[in-house]
Design a protein around this ligand. Structure first.
Ligand SMILES: Nc1nc2c(c(=O)[nH]1)N[C@H]1C(S)=C(S)[C@@H](COP(=O)(O)O)O[C@H]1N2
Ligand SMILES: [Mo]
Length: 437
């Protein structure tokens, strides 16, 4: 069967090279896997596909989606478990979903998203100063020890998620780091409420927006440009879960994650959570720093043609992040022993400013869905853990699809929605291939 052997290799390769063409070859005009196509697809994924009848065209099989058989490049960074390397200049790495299996994300599993260079660690962390100025009655300059001693200290589990999380799911591909679902962490952050600090400074009636600055140099080294400098409406700054933090998981913040002091603005794009924080400016109009305006952290109000050019002038700033889930006990491509019929699943789900009301899983390409048990969040803006199990009819190739629903009834959609040039808000149903036997 040399032709079959040839075809099997070519289909897997073709998916890596040109997924659309591969799909057309496999599914043909009728849109179902049959005969030689089914055999070729089975060979490409390595085994029989019991639910081939409901396998949709137009979706790259999860087993083939990561392209190179060697898998992604990993980042070995001191103090971190192996993260998936998305870029080294600036340094960007995401957590594989299986590293997100802890209810509270430990320091060694917090993802890394830098926009500029990594600043030098300070000689004396407690002496590091943060300025609060602009539309305030009393501009402040507070050291980390003053922040700690002058205001009530709070510890909260808070999600911190990059605005671009899920970007790799956009078709056509968008510019920027090609995140899977791993630009998320749910650590226990300790610090002070931004609103308490702003109350001490005294907001003027003209105080409507914030602008944030950090110590990291611009990637180019230019001293007149910020690596990133974003801001938000004053209402989000006054939200009682918006913090200035100086500790995580009971100890110092890892330097790469913004020590000695950073912001945590939970539920909104992570870019607001300024690391190596030096200054918060209160403004009477929206901030115009690096990462504001145009297509940066902005999404279309009315959908645009996928792949089209758009300067973002009519877009709106991203606020609450959309509902998303991760599967943390089984990685994509896991092999399970022959005869496995019950598969326990567990993971986490979150929904920006909202909560998660349900998580469902499917092993038959979405034809039927089983409800999972979803725990309450530890506090507002903490992610929610979920668990359950799914039943398999036989050995073979399956895809576990998992999908969360938020408290407003919105589900993860089947494809990344509302295409935009920089790929924000891509939260399609998540998928992990498993091979049984
Ligand atoms: N000073 C500074 N703050 C920053 C960034 C940065 O590059 N510099 N990146 C932002 C972005 S885009 C994200 S998603 C989060 C990532 O935080 P982490 O690296 O601790 O995971 O930090 C935000 N704060
Ligand atoms: Mo980000």
């Amino acid at each position: 069967m040399t032709t079959f052997g040839k075809r099997e290799r070519s289909l897997a390769e073709l998916y890596a090279d040109d997924a659309e063409r591969a799909d057309a070859v496999a599914f043909g005009r009728r849109g179902a896997l049959k005969g030689a196509s089914l055999a070729a697809m089975g060979a490409a994924v390595g085994t029989a596909i019991p639910f081939a009848g409901t396998m949709p065209r137009g979706l790259i099989p999860a087993a083939l989606a990561q392209g190179a058989p060697a898998g992604p490049r990993m980042l070995e960074f001191p103090g971190k478990d192996p993260l998936i390397l998305l870029g080294d200049r600036p340094l960007v790495g995401e957590a594989p979903e299986t590293l997100l299996d802890d209810a509270v994300t430990p320091n060694n599993r917090i993802f890394i998203r830098n926009n500029g260079q990594i600043p030098e660690p300070p000689a004396d962390a407690d002496a590091w100063k943060v300025k609060v100025e602009g539309e305030v009655n009393t501009p402040l300059e507070l050291s980390v020890s003053e922040l700690r001693s002058r205001f009530p200290n709070v510890t909260l589990q808070l999600q911190m998620e990059c605005g671009g999380n899920g970007r790799s799911f956009y078709v056509p591909e968008t510019r920027g780091n090609q995140w899977g679902n791993g630009a998320i962490c749910n650590a226990a952050w300790t610090g002070v409420r931004l609103k308490d600090v702003l109350a001490a400074a005294g907001l003027k009636p003209s105080a409507r927006y914030t602008g944030h600055y950090g110590a990291d140099p611009h990637l180019s080294g230019a001293t007149d440009r910020a690596a990133i400098s974003r801001g938000m409406p004053i209402a989000k700054a006054m939200e009682e879960h918006t913090l200035i933090v100086f500790a995580v998981n009971g100890g110092p913040i890892p330097h790469i994650n913004g020590a000695p002091v950073r912001m945590i603005v939970p539920g909104w794009p992570g870019s607001l959570s300024q690391k190596w924080l030096t200054r918060i400016v209160i403004l009477d109009k929206p901030h115009t720093g690096q990462g504001m305006g145009g297509t940066s952290y902005r999404i279309p109000v009315t959908p645009i043609v996928p792949g089209s050019n758009n300067n973002g002038a009519t877009f709106t700033d991203m606020t609450s992040m959309p509902v998303r889930s991760v599967l943390t006990n089984l990685g994509n491509g896991s092999r399970l022993p022959a005869g496995t019929r019950q598969v326990p699943l567990r993971g986490a789900a979150w929904a920006g400013d909202d909560t998660v009301s349900a998580v469902h899983a499917s092993v038959d390409f979405g034809a039927t869905w089983s409800p999972m048990r979803v725990a309450a969040p530890a506090n507002k803006f903490a992610w929610q853990r979920w668990e359950g199990n799914v039943a398999l009819p036989s050995d073979g190739y399956f895809e576990v699809w998992y999908r969360a629903t938020d408290s407003r009834g919105r589900m993860q959609p089947h494809t990344a929605p509302n295409w935009n040039p920089q790929g924000y808000g891509g939260n399609p149903v998540s998928r992990a291939a498993i091979l049984v036997g």
